[in-house]
Design a binder for this molecule. Structure first.
Ligand SMILES: Nc1nc2c(ncn2[C@@H]2O[C@H](COP(=O)(O)OP(=O)(O)OP(=O)(O)O)[C@@H](O)[C@H]2O)c(=O)[nH]1
Ligand SMILES: O=C(O)[C@H](O)COP(=O)(O)O
Length: 235
């Protein structure tokens, strides 16, 4: 593992407007509850990784902030309303000033376990260094480790993995790529939710979707079938 002490940065949008891309299959209050359940699962995992020097949650949402504090995380609302990229970039600048490297991850990784976090941290080299764990479709950037924390300009979005590799190389840093199951699986679209429901995970988020019952599974199956031709084109 790197000698740089790492702080985990988790941006959390909060209960309002969470998981918009699931609007067709879940009502707003269920999307909020699912986002919070996943965030709590992630915070619980991070609290079980003693190799992390700190955990910093970037949110302007009171519920998310209270949850974060319950798991021993620090909370900041600086840049919290500036999108995923703005929230993480603001935290990175602060961590540089405070002498920490950064591992940033979203709050919607419902299969994450402590060993996944350790694996990504262990792959990270001595600074200056950049390590990335992609989403399973090789589009998203579900863990990024960066030391110094602001060594590479970040831009999250639906297709950020390859652009992040290019961004690191532009800074003269050869990125390390680690494919880790728990980081590969985030919940963005209905087909992700369908795959998650099928896993029957015994996490907070897993129990929440199981409690929504067979209706949800049927709605998801119909939705995924409609999406299938589109998925073929994307592949
Ligand atoms: N603090 C903060 N976090 C954000 C913001 N936008 C997204 N996030 C977080 O960044 C991570 C990735 O989020 P997204 O997939 O963009 O958003 P989402 O709410 O999960 O889903 P969509 O609404 O469907 O895009 C999640 O942990 C979000 O809570 C923001 O404006 N501020
Ligand atoms: O990895 C990414 O870049 C995110 O999954 C997508 O980020 P966004 O949905 O916040 O833009």
């Amino acid at each position: 593992m790197t000698a740089t002490r790492l702080c985990a940065v988790v941006p959390i949008k909060g209960v309002v407007g969470a998981k918009q891309r699931l609007s067709a299959v879940l009502p707003a209050e269920t999307r909020s509850a699912l986002a919070m359940a996943m965030a709590e699962d992630v915070l619980e995992v991070l609290a079980q990784v003693p190799e992390l020097a700190r955990v910093l949650v970037v949110t302007a949402d009171a519920t998310a902030a209270a949850l974060a504090r319950r798991y021993g995380a620090e909370v900041t609302d600086a840049h919290a309303g500036e999108g995923h990229t703005g929230a993480v970039t603001g935290a990175a600048r602060r961590l540089v000033a405070e002498g920490f490297g950064m591992i940033t991850l979203p709050g919607d990784l419902p299969l994450l376990v402590p060993a996944d976090v350790r694996r990504v941290m262990a792959a990270h080299r001595a600074a200056p260094a950049f390590t990335i764990a992609p989403a399973r479709d090789l589009q998203g950037s579900n863990a990024i480790v960066c030391s110094p924390a602001d060594a590479v300009p970040l831009r999250f979005g639906p297709d950020s993995f390859y652009p992040h590799l290019d961004a690191a190389r532009r800074q003269g840093i050869e990125p390390t790529v680690v494919e880790v199951p728990g980081f590969g699986f985030d919940i963005d679209e209905p087909h992700d939710l369908a795959a998650f429901v099928a896993r029957g995970a015994q996490t907070r988020a897993g129990r929440l979707v199981a409690d929504l019952g067979p209706e949800l599974s049927a709605r998801l199956a119909a939705m995924v079938e409609r999406e299938a031709p589109l998925m073929e084109v994307r592949r």
